[in-house]
Ligand binder design. Sequence first.
Ligand code: FES
Length: 342
Amino acid sequence: MGSYSVQVSGSDPRTVECSADQRLLDAFLRSGVYLPNSCNQGTCGTCKVKLLRGNVEQPSIPETVMSAQDQASGHILACQSVPRSDAHIEVPLGCASGPRHALRDMVGTVTGLRPIADDTVALTVEIDEPLEFSAGQYIELVVPDTGEVRQYSMANPPGCGERLEFHIRRVPDGRATDGWIFDSLAHGHSVEMRGPWGDFVHDTEVGAPMVLLAGGTGLAPLTSIALDALALDPDREIHLYHGVRHRQDLYAVGFWETLERAHPGLRYVPCLSRDDWDGRHGYVGDALVEDFDSLRGHVAYLCGPPAMVDAGVRACKRRRMPGRNIRREKYTPAPVTDLAAV
Ligand code: FES
């Protein structure tokens, strides 16, 4: 299959080669051209660019993701579009800043797979050479024999050598979990991956007090962010709220309690929404509102199911945190991905 030259204009103009079966975002990130990106599934609209010349092919885009007006004026989603001719793309001005770690393919070896909570495992993979990434980013795991990928955030901070750790919650009848990770995956097996992806990253330039709101395995990228922040400043003020439904869904309690003792600025607040226990009961956003009169001067990172993230954002704003200080990532169910078209 041939390839096309894609001219990129914006704050970092250059020309990128993109093969006819490669999505533009993939080609850009592998070539060091940064584009905002989040879901890589065509559902968030973050990777919107303007096609100035040439032809691309992309599936139909719902108006909830990109307006009809934008689509009529030539905007496309870089994570969904493959070239059908040489092309000229305009990327939004001001998007030269962001995580610029080159996307790469990797094969890793499973070195750990252990249950950490009900229906949840920690998967550890060793890769041949360290992956450069920013705390909060994710990789895609290729599900064998399915033509599908699944996205999992690194739970370890950058700079851990060749080791990557992921927290994986079982999805009933899920092809990746019931069909592979919770079924046949074992120590010593090889796994195919590619990454890093995503813009939900720790802003290492900002040293303000930090609020972290996690739902379920949304704790993984927030663990990476918290450890990255503490490595830069061991006294950093960090308030971590981890919400789950039941006691048996809670994990890493001992890890966070130990970290709390080592870092006086760190506060760990596990919250159960369904079970009564001797800790906090309710949702993380409500706990945040109860604990703070004002969040002015704080920054927030939220990750978890969409309803939890939306409620957490409302809680932050209710306590007067400006929207620009709030970073979020929603965990949504994986759509079917056809690798033949990636
Ligand atoms: S729609 Fe392309 S990154 Fe989300």
